[in-house]
Design a protein around this ligand. Structure first.
Ligand code: PEP
Ligand code: MG
Length: 586
């Protein structure tokens, strides 16, 4: 057990976790906290998806076909104007997505085909639904950029149907003042238009803690709670308090909760002082790196003080692509990330397609059990050549950049896979191959796997899902699906021990979301991991908490967590020894 903890940063309105816990009432919706932060604001419910108009639905007897066509065109114009208006106030990717969707609402092929169906007797809703399906299919068959527009057509047709029915449009609602977004779950496309200036926090009744929606909430720095059963019953406009660390939303906030939210805002200033260094109180260095999905993230991460990139998820550059990107296109995308970190380490992961990140040119959408299927490195056996071409692109980008490039393969489960990956890297002159340890077999055989490669990076999101046999996306399994599970921590420990065996001495980092939890980051440091990589917005919090313990104390906390009988106790026991967490609201 740790002795005395060194002095912690002072905070203006320090409120302990206990004070807030006492305020929990019947109007509290407990879920799983996935991104810290304390906010008070009104809630907006995400509208339910639009139901398909019944097959064969006809115009009412006696209704005019011309009137039906006219109301369809008016509804389409209203959808266009609404999206265009939102695009004007949005920025970056969100603006581009909104503008592209607005244009689709005026697409002549879409509206003319719907008008034809109305003239043949169909209702306006059914007509636009069917016309949308045919246009989307046609775009999909064209492939490439056009195929990516297919989703926009389907979005637009749902909006037009909602307009015709006079119900709220699907997707993220707009509002005059910033709000807490409450939803069943968010689709990846919803998150593209999620503007942190408008959406202050995210609460979902479904979703799991390791889902990519949770990851995106963290990367945007939004307080977020998932699996909060019953939040969908709270009326639109109700004022609520969200605590993303404690994992709950409370309708009608108390005085204490309002004070906690105010204190959180003030404490942001403490965290703004991050100097880019990851070190314990006694000077043990733990480089803090960023997880990125492309150049934009990399530039933002460098600005937030990341000392490099510990995980570049290359598949994020090509999601929704129907065809394999060319070597030149890939090299340009990779170089743009390397260029954000001249002279610094950038760990690039080869395409991790499959499960919740399907890439149509690599994965089979009909697999019955995609998380256990042909995903990550395994796609090399079913689609040979793609990995070699990606490595060629990486080597090309590496030789044109000043970054210190490391390359690793996802979902490695055997020594033979690690060996083959290393030989493919060597063939294109990439001299520092590594593996992700996210399948328990790799953790259990770390000593022999690490003989083949230069480093390992623990993917605790998948390692947890596979160790606990619990789908990382499922809300009902959230209690199992936490890296605080002592069994998962033991796999981390075994990997670190394996890396030291037989004179290996290979670096073992963590790039799963566990590294972004400041208390768990201390435990991982105590277990001996050499680097921590996380969403850049978590860097300051992790650095602040790490600085309050010595390496010896971190080791004691690691043993404490390993000895706990459950994930809940492991977390509680460790957090009780780190009062700085309560003060900072983590
Ligand atoms: C992980 O599994 O922990 C990981 C970092 O990879 P991803 O979340 O992209 O699957
Ligand atoms: Mg993974």
């Amino acid at each position: 057990m740790p002795g005395s903890i060194p002095p912690q940063p002072s905070t203006t309105h320090a409120l302990s976790g206990a004070t807030i816990a006492q305020a929990i009432t019947a109007r509290t919706f407990q879920g799983v906290g996935v991104s810290p932060g304390r906010i008070v604001a009104s809630i907006r419910q995400m509208p339910k998806p639009v139901d398909e108009p019944p097959l064969g639905e006809r115009l009412d007897a006696g209704a005019s076909q011309d009137d039906a066509v006219a109301s369809l065109r008016t509804a389409a114009q209203a959808v266009h104007d609404e999206l265009k208006g939102r695009a004007r106030t949005a920025s970056g990717d969100g603006r581009a997505v909104l503008e592209a969707t607005a244009l689709m609402a005026k697409d002549t092929m879409l509206l003319n085909s719907a008008a034809k169906l109305i003239k043949a007797g169909s209702s306006a809703e059914r007509a636009i639904w069917e016309a949308g399906a045919s246009v989307a299919e046609m775009l999909h068959n064209l492939g490439g950029y056009m195929a990516e527009r297919a989703m926009d057509v389907l979005d637009v047709r749902a909006r037009i149907v909602a307009e015709l029915r006079g119900v709220p449009a699907p997707g993220i609602p707009s509002a005059a003042a910033p709000f807490i977004l409450v939803a069943e779950d968010l689709a990846p496309a919803d998150t593209a238009t999620l503007d942190p200036a408008t959406v202050l926090a995210l609460v979902t009744s479904g979703g799991g803690p390791q889902s990519h929606t949770a990851i995106i909430a963290r990367s945007l720095g939004l307080p977020a709670v998932v699996a909060a059963h019953g939040v969908d019953t709270v009326a639109d406009g109700t004022e609520a308090y969200v605590d993303g660390a404690a994992g709950y939303m409370a309708a009608l906030p108390t005085v204490e909760q309002r004070a906690a939210a105010a204190a959180w805002e003030e404490n942001s200033a403490v965290l703004a002082g991050f100097d880019g260094n990851g070190t314990t109180a006694d000077g043990h260095l733990v480089p803090l790196l960023a997880n990125v999905g492309g150049a934009k993230d990399a530039v933002a991460a460098a600005a937030l003080g990341a000392q490099g990139v510990g995980l570049f998820r290359t598949e994020f550059c090509f999601l929704e692509r129907d065809t394999e990107p060319s070597v030149g296109e890939q090299a340009a995308a990779y170089k743009a990330v390397f260029d954000a970190f001249p002279g610094k380490k950038v760990v690039l992961r080869t395409l991790d397609a499959g499960a919740d990140k399907p890439l149509p040119f690599l994965t089979d959408a009909t697999e019955p059990n995609p998380a256990l299927g042909v995903r990550g490195y395994r796609t090399d056996s079913t689609t040979p050549g793609v990995l070699e071409r990606q490595l060629e692109a990486i080597a090309r980008a590496d030789s044109a950049s000043g970054a210190d490039v490391w390359v690793m393969a996802p979902m490695i489960s055997t020594v033979a896979e690690a060996r083959r990956f290393a030989s493919l890297c060597a063939a294109v002159g990439l001299t520092n191959p590594g593996v992700m340890v996210e399948v328990p077999s790799a953790a259990l055989s770390a000593a022999v796997v690490l003989r083949e490669v230069g480093f390992a990076s623990l993917g605790t999101n998948d390692l947890t899902q596979y160790a606990m046999a619990a789908d990382r996306q499922l809300g009902p399994l959230a209690e199992l699906n936490t890296p605080w599970q002592p069994a998962v921590l033991r796999l981390v420990q075994l990997t670190v021990e394996g890396s030291a065996l037989e004179g290996n001495n290979k670096p073992v980092g963590v790039c799963g979301e566990a590294a972004a939890d400041p208390a768990l980051a201390v435990v991982l440091t105590g277990l001996g991991v050499t680097t921590l990589s996380m969403t850049a917005r978590s860097l300051a919090a992790v650095a602040t908490v790490l600085k309050t313990v010595t390496l010896g104390q971190a080791q004691d906390l690691a043993h404490l967590a390993l000895s706990a009988p459950s994930a809940v106790e492991a977390r509680e026991w460790v957090r009780a020894k780190l009062p700085v967490l309560g003060e900072l609201g983590f």
